[in-house]
Design a protein around this ligand. Sequence first.
Ligand SMILES: CC(=O)SCCNC(=O)CCNC(=O)[C@H](O)C(C)(C)COP(=O)(O)OP(=O)(O)OC[C@H]1O[C@@H](n2cnc3c(N)ncnc32)[C@H](O)[C@@H]1OP(=O)(O)O
Ligand SMILES: N[C@@H](CCO)C(=O)O
Length: 425
Amino acid sequence: MSTTPPTPSDPATGTDGSAARPEGKPVPDLTLVPARPRTLGSRTVPIDRPPVPASAAWHDGDPVGRRQFADLGPLKLESGGRLPAVRLAYETWGELNEDGTNAVLVLHALTGDSHVTGEAGDGHPTPGWWSSMVGPGAPIDTDRWFVVAPNVLGGCQGSTGPASPGPDGRPWGSRFPLLTVRDQVAAEIRLSDLLGIDAWSLVIGASLGGLRVLEWATSAPERVESIAAIATAAQTSGDQIAGFHTQLAAIRADPRYRDGDYYDAADGDGPHVGLGLARQIAHQTYRSAKELDERFGRIPQGGEQPLEGGRFAVQSYLDHHGDKLSRRFDANTYVVLTRTMITHDLGRDRGGVSAALASVTARALVIAVDSDRLFPPGQSERIAAGIPEASLRTIHSDYGHDGFLIEEDLVGAYVQEFLEQGARR
Ligand SMILES: CC(=O)SCCNC(=O)CCNC(=O)[C@H](O)C(C)(C)COP(=O)(O)OP(=O)(O)OC[C@H]1O[C@@H](n2cnc3c(N)ncnc32)[C@H](O)[C@@H]1OP(=O)(O)O
Ligand SMILES: N[C@@H](CCO)C(=O)O
């Protein structure tokens, strides 16, 4: 039976699953360049995918690229556990001035890494995830600021994580201890000590990076002059925990997960199906319903007939993102980092969230994306209302949570404005 795709509401949308996307709406009080237009092609993801490695984690001996490494010694963890040896991979741009007053710490989200800006290759699996935010003349201008970006503790791009060698030299796997956002920041504080940075002019990050930004401002207020917390929360909600839970269940249900001990599996195969499913569940929350409706609607994927078992374009799009992540990321790291988001509560043992936010002395820029259904704007409003010296900015975008990555121009304009305000004080 032939299918005639319904006409989507966006007249620029093609019928082959490719789509021209809506423009980001301009922010009313700033003159800004709108989000760059992109036309995205359709792609058919083969059902029988070529084999992927058991883990796409970075290992000693792989190309180092721009990474540097800091060995930070043992770390006692909030859960009562202990990591006997912590290493953080990090990258830097610009130069630290003589009095050490121009340092900016950039903290990545769930599947990011230290490679904030620059090309892919030479060991870096992806191009810089905030390339137009950081660099010479960029909002975080590396001619002026010394920028440091670590790969998070528990990560898989050079920092100590579940794919790293445990005390017996074998990968940690299921033995890797439970981490919290506080542990991640404790390691980053050690990195700051090692780099000789007493106080950061700015600590900035979004999503999981934003959770760490808030933790920095609360656990080390004397070392943070200002923060930018983007698309994030002071405490993850029941709805967020529910979404994270199903992602973890998808990974654990993959028989190749082997309870986390898959690195040296005899068949060399890892839980890429489960990881891909987790990414698909997550990716829907990264984008708005409006975008998925207008961009894909009910358009069949090119060459496929849904009434004959084929996919709609949006299904193919999610398949693609799931497949792509499973080729560049480690499933155990996904589990470890997702659990840090599940347990995130800035107010734990601090008299509650309000008391924790009230203790923040840093000047704060809080940015929300109005269509974010993962970290909804109400969570940013709560942060901004609770921090004594905070300003809230809301980006109008159809791209949802991923707006913090896609709307770099809008985020950049607010960050630049915030940095300039700080310099005038
Ligand atoms: C700090 C951090 O968060 S770092 C981590 C950031 N990086 C990521 O999250 C990596 C995953 N990437 C993404 O989520 C997104 O690409 C973003 C957020 C970085 C950018 O978003 P956008 O530019 O809007 O890209 P979009 O989500 O539309 O995806 C484009 C991809 O989907 C593919 N695609 C589009 N339509 C279809 C379709 N119908 N079927 C299959 N694939 C499709 C495109 O070919 C393109 O593939 P490619 O990335 O392999 O070249
Ligand atoms: N695309 C982002 C979303 C999570 O904030 C990531 O993968 O890290």
